[in-house]
Write a protein that binds this ligand. Structure first.
Ligand code: CTP
Ligand code: CA
Length: 224
């Protein structure tokens, strides 16, 4: 009930979370996607709601079930996710972008199924808009913006560069070199950098526990 909610750390606070992959259509039967399961984003949305927040979860295509007390908006493409994020960002005190957004999308989408013909075949792609960087440009001092970085090499350098370039408050580094981290798993191993580029290294945990750790860091920023 409302009386219980009032005492929670994020009571009345609007939070936006993105989750899952995006699918970029090639023709009516094919798309470019990635291995994101959406589990990390759904765990984050669930934990934010547990802390009392009014959560909007913008989800790409996933097998995850909808969560109680979470307003879910389903999208398919990076372009749709951008629009949904832009519509919700201004109202959100906290935004966490855990979606694995496609970096490239086909220049043309064939209206009919592409038939096999030539031995070699290529699809022309164009860059998608970086949603996180776009939000970072309009962020006010009262808003907290958190991104993820998925890296396979020079992980810490790349993550810190993304934190600065996209104007983030925190970045959560996922290294695919860490056993226990990555796609389709129920566990994750993260390192968090703050704006002072101080790092906190966490052990392998369930995605539920990882979500709690991320929320704890965000709550610290709100108290600072
Ligand atoms: N992201 C986004 N929009 C995109 C691409 C990425 O909002 N078009 C966000 C992701 O949600 C994530 C962060 O940017 O929070 C980092 O994603 P990542 O793929 O690690 O970094 P990129 O900036 O896309 O760089 P690269 O893939 O070249 O490493
Ligand atoms: Ca990317």
């Amino acid at each position: 009930t409302d009386t219980i909610k009032k005492d929670l750390p994020l009571s009345g606070i609007k939070v936006m979370v993105t989750a899952g992959p995006t699918y970029e259509p090639i023709d009516p039967v094919r798309f470019i996607g990635n291995h994101s399961s959406g589990k990390m984003g759904f765990a984050l949305a669930d934990e934010m709601a547990r802390l009392g927040a009014e959560v909007t979860l913008i989800s790409g295509p996933t097998a995850e079930k909808s969560l109680q007390h979470v307003n879910r908006i389903n999208v398919t493409t990076a372009a749709e996710m951008l629009e949904a994020c832009k519509s919700n960002f201004q109202d959100s005190a906290i935004t966490v972008m855990s979606a694995a957004v496609a970096d490239y999308t086909p220049v043309h989408v064939a209206s009919q199924k592409i038939k096999k013909a030539t031995e070699e075949f290529s699809i022309e792609l164009k860059k998608t808009i970086d949603i996180l960087a776009t939000l970072g440009q309009t962020k006010t001092k009262d808003q907290i913006l958190v991104g993820f970085a998925l890296e396979t090499n020079n992980e810490e350098e790349h993550a810190k560069a993304k934190l600065v370039k996209k104007n983030l408050d925190l970045i959560i580094l996922n290294s695919l070199n860490d056993p226990g981290a990555g796609f389709q798993k129920d566990t994750n191993k993260i390192t968090i950098f703050n704006q002072c580029l101080e790092k906190t290294v966490y052990t392998v945990k369930s995605k539920t526990e990882v979500a709690k750790d991320i929320c704890t860091e965000i709550l610290k920023l709100r108290q600072a």
